[in-house]
Design a protein around this ligand. Structure first.
Ligand SMILES: [Zn+2]
Length: 115
């Protein structure tokens, strides 16, 4: 999933953005062992097979095979559940977790302030 965004920027944002915080704004997560698990937002399921690994900053669903990093998640969420919203930032701001929105905004501004 590397392409339009330069890898250094990706690494930088990935280091600062807490994937559990961001995914947790959309999905109810529960810690199981070293992972967080919850119901997958990308397919209908009754038992949680959606797993987030915050150490590696990745998610994976054993049910539908969706997986990737925090960017993949936000892009997929935008496609899956926010068809009328053109912006993942706005979606995050409107969600319950204001801290997640702050994290995203911080991440977006990170390059300018830290480089
Ligand atoms: Zn799934």
């Amino acid at each position: 999933m590397r392409g339009r965004i330069p890898e250094t920027t990706l690494t930088e944002i990935r280091d600062r953005a807490n994937i559990v915080e961001i995914v947790g704004a959309h999905v109810g997560l529960k810690r199981v062992g070293r992972n967080q698990v919850g119901l997958c937002p990308f397919h209908a399921e009754k038992s949680p097979s959606f797993t987030v690994n915050d150490e590696r900053g990745i998610f994976h669903c054993f049910g539908c095979g969706a997986g990737g990093n925090v960017f993949t998640f936000l892009m997929k969420m935008e496609n899956a559940t926010f068809p009328r919203s053109s912006s993942v930032w706005r979606a995050a701001t409107a969600s319950r977790s204001r801290s997640a929105a702050r994290t995203i905004r911080r991440s977006a501004g990170a390059k300018r302030s830290f480089v």
